[in-house]
Design a protein around this ligand. Structure first.
Ligand code: CP
Length: 304
C-alpha cells in the first residue's frame, strides 16, 4: 500500500488506497462528534482561485475538528495572484513556507499537478478545471457505501454535464476500480469524454450510454445528477442549447427503484426540482455531511 502524500488524481490511487480512506472516514464519524487534537500542531492552507462553499468549508471543518489551524483565501482577487499577476508556481513556493499542507482549487486543468511540482508540502486537489475533483469522488464513494451498504454490485447512473463536470470524471474513474455497472446519461453535446469511457471499458466495467432522463433513472441503485457547468462553456449559445434539458422532477423519481438514491455534488441550479427534496430517494444533503469525515480521513492519512 502506497503512503499518501499528494492527492491530485483518482488514477494515482489503487483500490486498496481508496478503501483505506473510506475505512478511516468511517472511524472519523465518532471523532468528528467528540473532536480531537491529533493534528494540533498542523496548519492547512486553502487556496481557492474559484468559488466554493462545500469543499472549502468542509476541509476547514475537518481540520478544525482534528485540532489543526487553517489559513488561506477564498477569492483570488484578494491574493497577489489576482491583484498583481503572481504565478501559481510562486504562490505555491510562498505558501508552502507558511503551512504543512495545501488544498488548492484552480480553474485550469493540470493546476494541482503543477502546484505539486513546486511544493515540498503535500498538495490536495480540490478541483482542477473541468478535469478532476478527487476528494468529491471519495466522499461520493463513502456516501454510496454508507447509504447502500456496498459499492460492489451497484448499478450507477452518472447524469447531466458529463463533458465539463469534473466530479463525474473523478467518480467514473474511481468507480472503475469496483465491480459496478455504469450508465452515462447526457445530452449529445455533453457526453462523457471518450478517453474516460474507453478507460472504464478497459477496466472491465459494463457501460451503457443514454440521452434522456427517463432512461437515466430507471432500474439503477444510484442516480448521480450534476449541474450543467455554465462557466466552462466556451460559447454561451452552446450552453443555451442544452440548459434545462436534463432535470429530475417527481415524475422522474416515480420511475426510480423504490430503494434507489439520488446524489448530487451540489450546488444545483434547476436540474433538481426542490419538490424532490422531500422524497426518500433524495440523499444529497446527507452526502454533504460525508464531506467532513472523508476530508478528515484524508488529512489524517497524509499528516497524521
Ligand atoms: N461539490 C462542490 O465542489 O461544491 P463547492 O463548489 O461548493 O465546493
Amino acid at each position: 500500500m502506497t503512503r499518501l502524500f499528494n492527492l491530485i488524481a483518482i488514477q494515482d490511487l489503487a483500490r486498496e488506497d481508496i478503501d483505506r480512506i473510506l475505512d478511516r472516514a468511517q472511524e472519523m464519524e465518532e471523532i468528528s462528534k467528540k473532536r480531537s487534537n491529533q493534528l494540533g500542531s498542523r496548519i492547512m492552507a486553502c487556496l481557492f482561485f474559484e468559488p466554493s462553499t462545500r469543499t472549502r468549508l468542509s476541509f476547514e471543518s475537518a481540520m478544525l475538528r482534528l485540532g489543526g489551524k487553517v489559513l488561506g483565501f477564498a477569492d483570488v482577487g484578494v491574493s497577489s495572484a489576482g491583484g498583481k499577476g503572481e504565478t501559481l508556481a510562486d504562490t505555491i513556493r510562498t505558501v508552502e513556507r507558511y503551512a504543512d499542507i495545501i488544498v488548492i482549487r484552480h480553474p485550469l486543468d493540470g493546476s494541482a499537478r503543477l502546484a505539486a511540482e513546486f511544493s515540498n508540502k503535500p498538495i490536495i486537489n480540490a478541483g482542477s478545471g473541468s478535469e478532476e475533483h478527487p476528494t468529491q469522488a471519495l466522499l461520493d464513494l463513502y456516501s454510496i457505501r454508507k447509504m447502500k451498504g456496498t459499492i460492489d454490485g451497484m448499478h450507477i447512473s452518472l447524469c447531466g454535464d458529463l463533458k465539463y463536470g469534473r466530479t463525474v470524471h473523478s467518480l467514473a474513474m474511481a468507480l472503475s476500480k469496483y465491480d459496478v455497472r455504469i450508465r452515462f446519461a447526457a445530452p449529445s453535446q455533453l457526453e462523457m469524454k471518450p478517453a474516460i469511457v474507453n478507460e472504464i471499458i478497459r477496466a472491465g466495467i459494463d457501460v451503457e450510454e443514454v440521452d434522456n432522463m427517463a432512461d437515466a433513472v430507471k432500474a439503477t441503485d444510484v442516480v448521480y445528477m450534476t449541474r450543467i457547468q455554465k462557466e466552462r462553456f466556451p460559447d454561451v449559445n452552446e450552453y443555451n442549447a442544452v440548459k434545462g434539458q436534463f432535470r429530475i422532477r417527481l415524475e422522474e423519481v416515480s420511475l426510480m427503484k423504490p430503494d434507489g438514491i439520488i446524489l448530487h455534488p451540489l450546488p444545483r441550479v434547476d436540474e433538481l426540482d426542490p419538490a424532490v427534496d422531500a422524497t426518500p430517494q433524495a440523499r444529497y444533503f446527507d452526502q454533504v455531511e460525508a464531506g467532513v469525515v472523508t476530508r478528515m480521513a484524508i488529512l489524517d492519512l497524509i499528516l497524521g
